[in-house]
Design a protein around this ligand. Structure first.
Ligand code: SF4
Length: 408
């Protein structure tokens, strides 16, 4: 149990008892309590003798049995008993980062039809990959996807490494994606933990520690759901079972506990406190930043540019704008308007656009201008038809700005 945070708090009578004992004996029993806790969970004691929600050697088996009956049919998922194709698993996992299953489906099919294997993708041009990716957003993923295919082709003879460590060394593959590919494609005994799985596990065990500090504990608890013995060879299915459970049953609001295969032992459910978990540390919101955004049209086209690759909203599309500062003033912001000779005067739209990022709230004044048909875009900017804005990697804040600027 090395690496455990001694300040872990897990809802469990057995742990509570051991923690209380520390005061009497002065021992470091929180760590001991966790060791007992995990050991107890893995013990073969009959379920009826265990405190509710604590230990069940059958939990992994229940999960797999449920998965065998209710697994989602997904374009990248092989049929029961078939071997997963590492290329499909990798391609889908990259596309699913920050994007839902429904959106990814058609893109996955298009990519597979055009490049049926990693070798073909590794030989494709980056421009072609970006073109087919258009509309899926977060374009750094497409660049990494291509770089990864090239690396697999050139450095690994066209075969993906079959360990988490080897996978993590590839472009665009972080800890979650590496664990997901290792488990699903290669049957490695590892449990990828994303937001869905965090939610299921934190409810199942009523993890009191808030996120993100609780992540190491949740990873350890999630790993206990991999099971031992026969279930061990089905690590990929266990991972996908938890993914499916999190997305279809143990939803953020109103989880369908009656349909959950683990409902008998879920601590949060027993207490009627499902939506309390996962606990989250209160958000620290920074100081309000303000700025100006310039919505410039030329007929039915809009002036846009790409943000720098690194930093907030890296590589995404935006309308030109000023810096976002706590000490903002309109005059200074207007000096950062795009240099357009045809604009005699900027028109300021009434109201402001507000947006809350994780670490600061933002308020943008929106200025508009209409240019003649032959007006040229300043360097580093381009005209795009308003009708095809959906193909641009536009962050939500820019969608709001454009809607406000165009008066929609
Ligand atoms: S019983 Fe309900 S809250 Fe608990 S894991 Fe299942 S769906 Fe989630």
């Amino acid at each position: 149990m090395a690496g455990l945070d001694p300040a872990i708090h897990v809802s469990d009578q057995r742990v509570k008892k051991d923690v209380d004992a520390r005061d009497e004996r002065g021992h470091d029993v929180e760590r001991l309590a966790l060791r007992n806790y995990i050991g107890f969970m893995n013990s073969p004691a009959p379920a009826k003798t265990r405190p509710r929600g604590v230990a069940s050697a059958g939990r992994p088996a229940l999960l797999l049995a449920w998965y065998d009956r209710h697994r989602r049919r997904l374009p990248w998922r092989p049929l029961a008993g078939e071997r997963a194709d590492p290329y499909r698993v990798w391609l889908s996992e990259i596309m699913l980062q920050q994007t839902g299953v429904k959106t990814v489906g058609p893109y996955f099919e298009k990519f597979l039809a055009r490049w049926p294997g990693v070798e073909a993708l590794g030989r494709a041009s980056l421009d072609d990959v970006l073109r087919l990716w258009a509309g899926l957003g977060y374009y750094s993923r497409a660049r990494n996807l291509h770089a990864c295919a090239v690396a697999v082709l050139c450095d690994h003879g066209g075969a993906f490494p079959d360990t988490e460590e080897g996978l993590r060394a590839l472009p665009g593959i972080g800890p979650y994606t590496a664990a997901a590919i290792a488990a699903i494609a290669f049957g490695r005994r590892t449990m990828p933990v994303d937001g869905n799985i965090e939610r299921v596990v934190s409810r199942l065990f009523a993890v009191e520690q808030p996120l993100p500090q609780a992540k190491p504990l949740i990873r350890q608890l999630a790993a206990t759901l991999l099971g031992a013995g026969d279930e061990q060879s089905r690590a990929g299915d266990s991972a996908q079972a938890l993914m499916d459970l999190g997305s279809s049953i143990c939803t953020p609001k109103k989880p369908a506990c009656a349909l959950c295969p683990l409902n008998d032992e879920c601590v949060a459910r027993a207490r009627g406190e499902q939506e309390v978990y996962p606990r989250k540390a209160p958000k620290k919101t920074g100081a309000l930043r303000r700025g100006a955004a310039f919505v410039v049209t030329r007929g039915d086209q809009l002036l846009v540019r790409s943000r720098p690759e690194k930093g907030l909203l890296g590589g995404m599309t935006e309308v030109p704008g000023s810096d976002w500062l706590a000490a903002h003033d309109d005059k200074t912001a207007l000096k950062q308007a795009p240099a357009l000779k045809a604009v005699a005067r900027w028109h300021r739209k009434a109201g402001v656009v507000t947006h809350v990022f994780t670490h600061f709230p933002l308020e943008l004044a929106v200025y508009t201008a209409e240019l003649p048909a032959r007006a040229r875009a300043p360097e580093g900017m381009r005209w795009v038809p308003v009708a095809t804005l959906g193909d641009e990697a536009l962050p939500n804040v820019m969608r709001k700005v454009i809607a406000h600027g165009l008066g929609k």
